[in-house]
Design a protein around this ligand. Sequence first.
Ligand code: DHB
Length: 383
Amino acid sequence: MGGYRAGKVNQPSVRDATGFALQQGYVVVVAGSRGSDSKVTTPSGEIYTGRAPAGLVDLKAAIRYLRHNAEVLPGNIERIITDGTSAGGAMSALLGSTGNHPVYEPYLRELGATPERDDIFAAVCFCPITDLDYANMAYEWLYNRTNRGVRDLTADEMAVSDQLAALYPFYLNGLELEKPDGTLLTDKNYLDYVTGFLIDSAQKGLDAGMEMPTNASLLFNERGDLVLDIEIDRYLAYVAGRQKLKAPPAFDSFGVLTSRPSPENSLFGDETGNAVNFTDYSLQKRTEDATAMIDDKLREMVRMMNPMNFIDDPQATKTSHWYIRHGAADRDTGFHVSVNLYTKLINRGYDVNYELAWDKGHTGDYDLDELFDWIDKIVQQAE
Ligand code: DHB
């Protein structure tokens, strides 16, 4: 599912969660799924078959198929755990948040999926690229702080970054998220909240004996065994120094028709294989038409691909158990996108094991001992 492209049916590898799970005696299913590059050749030309929501409904169809065949399969069908990284992490989060939701039913029926439930037991999500509706704003709200001196932006890009950053608080505040102690999160205290996760992450790295970078603005106590603070602007510059930041808009590129479209522009294109803008902001900017709006069908498709939109939806069966990891040096989306997902889930009472993983970039399936301890625990608790 890398970059929202088709998911290949790879051999389990000893180095990833599939091979590890097999060694631990779990039943592993690697389901293929269509993605933005899937196409078939017909007499009248190529047809792209994997645009949204195809990848997600294929995975749901696989879960339904397993459930339908539960009697002849080993393992407990009520203990399905999904695992994915990046676009795959987003898919895992969607599977965890949209179980049995009728909005996907027409697509499932169209592809001939078995009429069964598709909710799951637990979702493991590494660096999920989610909240695409607001991800451009989110990215600039965080990384705009590094624009001067760190990010090599044109004056136009700088202006776009400023505009997008200014739009984010309206969305963020509307989420009405709360800290575990009940404090309301707003754009005023939110950066400190996010920084707290980075401090916890650095502390865990330090406790594990990792060598700490000298240019990440970590403030230690005198003995050097406690991370007291992180100066967030300099920390973000450190992240940007490891891998160049995305140019604004980070997800909904103005280059849909010309240069390189983003993976998300392709995800939301149609069977012609085009790439499209999927936010009003980028559409308006690109077309220089301040009244342009994406069409309702596309807006609904973007909504359907965002787990944040289903957590409060009573028609969706949510998994109770979540394991979410996001690299503390990952610049593919803002840290706070997964912080939001975590916070919304815990605010609604779900069991979420969430951390920013120290020193990790945009990657997944790490710390497998830790992950499988968690899996063993939730499985045993459910017995
Ligand atoms: C992936 C990475 C991205 O930065 C993105 O925008 C979408 C998908 C990926 O690695 O799957």
